[in-house]
Design a protein around this ligand. Sequence first.
Ligand SMILES: [Zn+2]
Length: 488
Amino acid sequence: MAIEKMTEEEIREGVLKEFEKLAAIPRPSGHEKGVSDFLKGYLTELGYSVTQDSVYNLVADIPATKDCEKAPRTVLQGHMDMVCVAAHGVTYQPKTDPIRLKRTAEYLMAEGTSLGADDGIGVAEAIFLAKNSDSHGPLRIIFTVDEERGMEGAINLAAKNLEDVSYLINCDSENYDELTVGSAGIVDLTFRRELKRTPVTLPSAYTLSVKGLKGGHSGERIGDGRGNAIKALASALRALQEKGQVELISFAGGTARNAIPSTAKAVFATSLSAEEIQAVLKEEESRFLAKYGNAETGIDFVLEKTESEEDALIAGDAMRLFRLLSILHSGTYAMSTVIPGLVETSANLGVVTMEGDTVEVAFFPRSSVDAKVDDFRRYAKDVADLTGFTLEVGTQSPGWKENKSSNLAKIMTEVFEKQNGKPMKVASIHAGLECGWHLRKNPKLDMVSIGVTTLDIHSPKERLELKTIAPQVRLIDEALRRIATEKA
Ligand SMILES: [Zn+2]
């Protein structure tokens, strides 16, 4: 039956049936062979010509419907991998355990784990549309692997799969009424140093923890002006050094390079008394609130007396680390002068780890202007040289610059407004999307990114808003119909 004629329930349940098949197959990033093999078989059975590449990306070609053979080729794209996390106390083996679904009237979610709607629902709706759309030009499905860790699938996707394509709909966004038309470029940077240690000479050792900050995804929340727990802790230790002697024993904070760090912890020995330390921390607390009080509700410095057997860093290495953490910019760097309200360039000082004698600092700049990502990479190299660290430059992913004359964006917004009686929101985002890599392979690609509404992705609370499935499918179906009447 044509999607146009289906009820909301028929569309929703049809898409969810496809989603259930994916949920049954474990698919953490880097372990997509199982899901890729399954989909290869399934799409082949449906009669499409399917290719699987060496990293397990899948490309399936669906012939145009009758009389639409001359229309421009359109791609529906999603990623097969998911972020696998479990709630505290839940036993979960991501490589072997299926996702157990549960459902309320409003939401689909998982029992104690992330749901994988990011991006299983994008994959499911693409399959549903391929099976049921009754008026489309040449259609191609591209399902990538390993998006969540570093976009390895998109990086390795052969350019020939995009060279003959006019339009690409990326189904990896999170609000059904929002059209994403641009994303940021990013680069993975890691500072590293081998530390030298020396026996502790000062009388008392303490653990100092920073807690109570909001954190959040650096692609979504960096513009809010939130505090950084690593910076706050380094600042407090510097302030203590101004009052008395401090020997640093360990320092660690943050969880991921793309998450604003909400906690950090250091162990140090000092000549100061607990009262003297508390006085300094009190001052640091009010300094923190003066700087971040609009975005944070408070900061907790938790001081505990501790016994440490470990040697301290030599004074020079402690100073090198403090200087690095002080110099590295973390937060918004520039707002867009083209798109009002969009953070153009930012950097996140995301993680500090100290294991054995090696300290590593993860630093993660983003920008909608690729040349500014280049600038940050060079700045980081200079900072590394000046502070005595080495810099490892990881993957640099290109941004996706908004195309103001996008025909696809025009079609999508017109159809959405007609179908839903309200305008679709259109925005460039500060997060990264695979679209940046697609554009590098075919600079003429006309792309948008959309998605069914999902909340709290990458967490055990991840849930999908059921009523947004049908409007999303109808939007894509009608856009494909309009494209089908265009001449290539
Ligand atoms: Zn995703």
